[in-house]
Ligand binder design. Structure first.
Ligand code: URP
Ligand code: ZN
Ligand code: ZN
Length: 472
């Protein structure tokens, strides 16, 4: 991926936000790194940026993106790495993308190919990767040490999507966790009970109930909480650290809260859409509208949103990833006559920080420090890339967001692009925005506009044992 020219930059007078503090100081950047933080910093600088009245945050680390995904037949879907500039516009300087098995390739081969070919010259933010096992073979377990060695210390498995090859049954999940624990790899699960979903989906379809709203009616909270419970029991039995991604409802979050109380190494991620949107979005009579919010797990109720905000505040849910899956409308239309064929997912990497600020920090549901923790610091730790990423510290990469808390706007695909025709939060009020964004010392967003280049992103290898006990 790309190489950039660097210079000495001083960001003056900003209020630095970290996961634990808030203080006014200057930040000096040299050769892609933060080299000094303080007042009256010595030296001459090529560029001085005044950030008075603004916040400085570490560049966001989005723990959960699918910029370029393959379905089980190897067909590429989602909008592609060329559209990853949307992440930096939203203040995210590192995405952690999911790397699935390419057809006929092992995970190690697929990941090499993704770094060296698919993302090369295209990806804009820096990029770490989670392995996403979508084709379990005799080789999968043997590959785990190699994956860890190449900087991939996390692997996700789908407990849903039966009977496609993406679906991982309990045998595959348990065996993988038994092996992963020996190498410091964290297991991640998409937790939904595949059989429950299939029974309900088929029963609805047999009655001719095929509109998008039946997506949420056939994915009840118990299908999620049962799978979370099972994965947590496997984590307890094997000792393998577990991250339950995209937790959507109170029943599932409750399981994680209890397990954490009992000392199980489990961490929960939720997503902005589960914090601010509810399932009735899918009741819209126009397929064109309703299909946009078809994601899995499904959107839930207002009470779940309040529960999840509170769970973030109390540290029983620990981070917020976007689950960015920018599916173009023509692909959503594959399910025009049957909700079961609508590709799952909604875009959000560019909106994650803005949603957390507008609907979390502004009304006082979470503190500014909590925002930094759940959107930058904790994901960086989980993926083994902290403190290179997720921190404003001397020696960290100079990934810095100058955030303007006084900005007022409206989420829309024109002002908040997603890479596709729609924005998940279209029409909702926005307060605050990343005004300037530095990626390793280079300005990639200025006055809220993207000024960077395709291909500026580099692969960031992660270290194992990321889910250390200080995250619990
Ligand atoms: O609906 C979703 N979440 N789509 C993206 C893939 C996944 O399951 O994370
Ligand atoms: Zn998932
Ligand atoms: Zn996902």
């Amino acid at each position: 991926m790309g190489e950039e020219q660097c210079m000495k930059t001083l960001i003056k007078n900003g209020t630095i936000l970290t996961a634990t503090s808030e203080y006014v100081a200057d930040v000096a950047i040299e050769d892609e790194k933060i080299v000094m933080i303080g007042k009256e910093l010595p030296g001459t600088f090529d560029k001085v940026v005044d950030a008075a009245g603004k916040y400085l945050m570490p560049g966001g680390v989005d723990n959960h993106s699918h910029f370029e995904a393959l379905n089980s037949d190897g067909v590429t879907f989602n909008a592609g790495y060329e559209t990853s500039y949307v992440a930096v516009l939203g203040g995210t300087t590192t995405v952690v993308d999911f790397a699935s098995n390419d057809p006929g390739k092992s995970l190690v081969e697929s990941i090499r190919y993704r770094i060296e070919e698919r993302a090369k010259g295209k990806v804009v933010p820096d990029m770490a990767l989670h392995a996403l096992c979508t084709n379990f073979t005799d080789k999968t377990l043997q590959e785990i040490p190699q994956l860890v060695e190449m900087g991939i210390p996390t692997m996700k498995m789908f407990m849903a999507y039966k009977p496609t090859p993406m679906y991982m049954d309990d045998t595959k999940l348990l065996k993988t966790m038994q092996t992963a624990v020996n190498y410091g790899m964290t297991m991640m699960v998409h937790a939904e009970n595949a059989d429950v979903l299939n029974v309900l989906r088929d029963q609805y379809a047999e009655k001719g109930l095929l509109a998008p709203k039946y997506h949420y009616m056939t994915r009840p909270p118990y299908s999620e909480s049962e799978a979370v419970q099972r994965a947590v029991l496997f984590a307890k039995a094997t000792g393998c650290p577990l991250c339950v991604v995209h937790v959507s409802c109170m029943e599932a979050a409750e399981v994680i809260k209890e397990a954490r109380k009992n000392g199980v190494a489990v961490i929960g991620e939720t997503c902005p859409h589960y914090l601010v949107l509810d399932k009735h979005k899918m009741d819209h009579p126009d397929f064109d509208q309703a299909c946009r919010w078809v994601c899995s797990p499904a959107l839930r109720n207002k009470e779940d949103q309040e529960y999840l905000w509170d769970a973030l505040k109390r540290n029983s849910i620990s981070l917020v990833g976007s689950d960015h899956a920018a599916i173009p409308m023509y692909q959503k239309y594959w399910g025009k006559d049957d909700f079961r064929a609508i590709p799952n997912g909604s875009p959000g990497s560019g909106d994650r920080l803005n949603v957390l600020w507008t609907y979390g920090v502004v009304p006082g549901k979470i503190s500014k420090q909590k925002l930094v923790e759940i959107s930058a610091t904790t994901p960086a730790k989980l993926c083994g890339i902290y403190p290179q990423k997720g921190a404003i510290e001397v020696g960290s990469d100079a990934d810095v967001v100058i955030f303007d808390p006084d900005f007022k706007g409206t989420f829309s695909v024109e002002t908040n692009p997603t890479g596709v025709e729609y924005n998940t939060y279209e029409g909702m009020e926005q307060i605050g925005r990343p005004e300037t964004v530095f990626l390793r010392g280079n300005v990639v967003v200025e006055n809220g506009k993207f000024v960077g280049e395709l291909g500026s992103g580099r692969f960031v290898p992660g270290k194992p044992y990321g889910l250390a006990y200080d995250l619990l």
